[in-house]
Design a protein around this ligand. Structure first.
Ligand code: SAH
Length: 341
């Protein structure tokens, strides 16, 4: 298979062009065609000589995705199933908020984390996505809709911190003013809590938002929901979060999916307050989406509001996440490769 031009940031492209005996500024031209013009063909890069286009075509391609399925929710949310070049498929979700369009990207084909409440569990892990396959999710949606995406969340299929290098590379392309030019503050990485890579991320000097999928302040309950807690328990995770905040001065966002009669009572809220007290953080409460044959089901509205109010009354800023796309299986935790269903 030919190499994907979307796997490279501008400096890598410069090296490629120099190796091809071409001027380094060609890299900027190609980058511009890909990220500003969103062309799908090297032959459309008309300020490159025919000769150079042919040289590039011999070794590289743009690895555009095909849309194999597109579903639209009542609330306007769109879910895409994309075909990758090797026959695999991934899902990407586009949501509209007051402040603009947000896209939920996948980072892996399948996931190894095994969270019990998540639909991506139960499909086999196949491989990491490449940087080019991560950025192509944004480009393909922009081509399809003609809109400019302003926010990216790494909350689709996969664990972004388990595909660390490719995710960071994709973020640098997304963030590059000559690339997609989306500010790091508009990019969120969500992790189930891979502690060593939280430290690596702190040192990257990228101003993106870190979201931690916490879901319980109790080790026993959290381990039951999320096997990763057996490797990195709540104590280690929170220590890493505090260090991350100290190193970056960035506020952390904690995700907490409320499951009926499991992690949604006042005792759970009290433990959470004790755990997070004094931290520069925000809690995002997500009404859990029940998956097929799943043991966890959605809390009652009453319990969700009680939980939120208890946190807010005790000095922890908490909001309830508006649910988008649940009617097309595009809400949190509902993504899986549809073709395997
Ligand atoms: N692996 C990463 C990102 C993917 S999941 C992570 O764990 O953070 C994105 C978010 O959706 C996470 O907070 C995850 O815990 C949450 N989630 C997964 N399944 C869910 C479900 N069924 N209902 C509500 N939220 C869910």
């Amino acid at each position: 298979m030919k190499k994907n031009l979307k796997d490279y940031n501008i400096d890598d492209l410069k090296e490629i062009f120099v190796a091809l005996d071409e001027k380094a500024y060609r890299a900027e031209q190609v980058f511009n065609w890909i990220y500003k013009e969103n062309v799908t063909n090297i032959d459309d890069m008309t300020n490159l000589s025919l000769d150079l286009r042919e040289k590039l075509n011999n070794e590289f391609s743009l690895h555009n995705f095909n849309i194999s399925k597109k579903l639209e929710s009542k609330d306007g949310t769109k879910k895409y199933l994309f075909d990758l070049l090797d026959g695999n498929a991934i899902e990407t979700v586009l949501m509209e908020y007051k402040h603009g369009f947000s896209i939920c990207v996948s980072s892996q084909i399948g996931c190894k984390m095994g969270c019990k409440f998540c639909a991506s569990t139960g499909i086999p892990f196949i491989r990491n996505l490449t940087p080019g396959e991560i950025v192509e999710q944004i480009l393909a949606v922009e081509r399809d809709t003609g809109i400019k995406i302003s926010n990216i969340v790494f909350m689709g299929i996969g664990e972004p911190l388990d595909n660390y290098d490719n995710v960071i590379k994709a973020i640098r392309i997304i963030n590059n003013p000559k690339g997609l030019n989306i500010g790091a503050r508009h990019i969120s990485i969500s992790t189930s809590g891979i502690v060593p890579n939280i430290y690596r991320l702190a040192e990257e000097n990228i101003q993106c938002t870190l979201s931690i999928s916490l879901h319980s302040a109790d080790n026993k309950k959290r381990s039951e929901m999320m096997p990763v807690n057996n490797a990195y328990n709540i104590g280690e995770l929170i220590k890493a979060c505090k260090d991350y905040i100290n190193m970056t001065n960035r506020r952390i966002s904690f995700e907490y999916a409320l499951a009926k009669d499991d992690n949604d009572n006042l005792d759970d809220a009290k433990k959470l307050v004790k755990l997070l007290k004094g931290m520069l953080c925000h809690v995002n409460l997500i009404p859990i989406n029940k998956i097929e044959n799943g043991k966890y089901s959605k809390s009652t509205n009453e319990n969700i509001i009680r939980f939120r109010d208890f946190l807010n009354d005790n000095g922890i800023v908490a909001t309830i996440r508006r649910e988008l796309g649940s009617d097309i299986d595009a809400a949190c935790g509902q993504l899986r490769r549809q073709n395997l269903k």
